[in-house]
Design a protein around this ligand. Structure first.
Ligand code: PAD
Ligand code: ZN
Ligand code: ZN
Length: 376
């Protein structure tokens, strides 16, 4: 029996307030309105950005259904939707691509003005959401919300992908992989025979390592305080790995020592801390070095740094979703994955049933997982 046009009751993982675990409850998901798409989620990854919601590091409106890295199938579409149809396999896009705003139209831009990443209002374009619990509004997260059996997104926030793509792997293309890989290839534009330093070797940082390697970097220094991350980083392309905890001096000085005082050509901060953002900046060459901030900064944080760091010529830039135009890039990356141009398996350490979501976050907190993927 078709569910199109009807309210769907399903399981969802809600966070009621910061620093509290998820509770899995039955919610109601309203049908999609015009230009919206209702999606049955098949698999969803756990990203550190979701944990920033739980920890309170990024400010959101509660109650909320986090999750933004998933593969699903279109259940039904609202009026006027043309790019997907029921039955299509899709990836929800935490960074939309409306195609009409200035960043969408600019060839170098990607931060579509329809995004909900700054203020995290947690509502659809009309100011409401399609989620409710006992008649009360539940917020969505980053235009997506994937820790639920069904979600509703705007058509700007969904891309059709190859129907043969395995959901529990391809979901990483919805965030972690594309963010890291794109940061190297597209935001930094890493050139062959160069040196790179990657601060943070989680799912996103390891994807930066893969991007640097694919771009032909000859030296890739992996940096993490958790040495358990080193073997995988080396397998994926890091030529050496260091822990800041093993040195007395600041880690940027260690990187300078390792590069005969030159610093690396490219550095990436993939943790989300202000101290490592400036350390990464100071690790790249003072004149021609480029440093890319990938880690999500805590809301309301500030950085103070010597302007000499950039006066000498360094480039410091940020990268959301790897600088990629989401709706264009995601189907292509899925095709490249299917053509075995890159691997995702090494990033996936755990596949868990959806109702073990709190266990998945515990694994992240303990540093025991790279990516945990929840299967619905
Ligand atoms: P993760 O927690 O899996 O990885 C972070 C890694 O950093 C871990 O291995 C830690 O051990 C390591 N680490 C922590 N503190 C330090 C330190 N002081 N020095 C060195 N290493 C340290 O996270 P992730 O890979 O899922 O995400 C990384 C960041 O990227 C996080 O801030 C997330 O919010 C952000 C992100 N940004 C985007 C984007 O579009 N820019 C997308 C997805 C994730
Ligand atoms: Zn993410
Ligand atoms: Zn746009």
């Amino acid at each position: 029996m078709s569910t199109a046009g009807k309210v769907i009751k399903c399981k969802a993982a809600i966070v009621w307030e910061p620093k509290k675990p998820f509770s899995i409850v039955e919610i109601e998901v309203a049908p999609p309105k015009a230009h919206e798409v209702r999606i049955k989620i098949l698999a969803t990854g756990i990203c550190r950005t979701d944990d920033h919601v739980l920890s309170g590091a990024i400010k959101v409106n509660f109650p909320i259904i986090p999750g933004h890295e998933a593969v699903g199938v279109v259940e039904s579409v609202g009026e006027g939707v043309t790019s997907v149809k029921p039955g299509d396999k899709v990836i929800p896009l935490f960074l939309p691509q409306c195609g009409k705003c200035s960043p969408c139209k600019n060839p170098e831009g990607n931060l579509c003005e329809k995004n909900d990443l700054g203020e995290f209002k947690g509502v659809m374009y009309d100011g409401t959401t399609r989620f409710s619990y006992k008649g009360k509004l539940v917020h969505n997260f980053a235009s997506t919300s994937t820790f639920t059996e069904y979600t509703v997104v705007h058509e700007d926030s969904v891309a059709k992908i190859d129907s043969a793509a395995p959901p529990e792997k391809a979901c990483l293309i919805g965030c972690g992989f594309s963010t890291g890989y794109g940061a190297a290839i597209r935001s930094a534009k890493v050139r062959p025979d160069t040196s790179c330093a990657v601060f943070g070797l989680g799912g996103v940082g390891l994807s930066v390592v893969m991007g640097c390697k694919a771009a032909g970097a000859s030296r890739i220094i992996g940096i993490d305080i958790n040495k358990d991350k080193f073997p995988m980083a080396k397998e994926l392309g890091a030529t050496e790995c260091i822990s800041p905890l093993d040195f007395q001096k600041p880690i940027n000085e260690v990187v300078l020592d390792m590069t005969d005082g030159d610093g690396v050509d490219y550095s990436f901060e993939v943790i989300g801390r202000t101290d490592t953002m400036t350390a990464a900046l100071a690790s790249c060459n003072m004149n021609y070095g480029t440093s890319v901030v990938v880690g999500a900064p805590p809301s309301a944080s500030q950085i103070t740094f010597s302007p000499t760091l950039i006066f000498t010529g360094r480039t410091w830039k940020g990268s959301v979703f790897g600088g990629l135009k989401s709706k264009d890039a995601v189907p292509k990356l899925v095709s490249e994955f299917m053509a075995k141009k890159f691997v995702l398996d090494p990033l996936i350490t755990h596949v868990l049933p959806f109702d073990q979501i709190n266990h998945g976050f515990e694994l992240l907190h303990k540093g025991e997982s790279i990516r945990s993927v929840l299967k619905m």
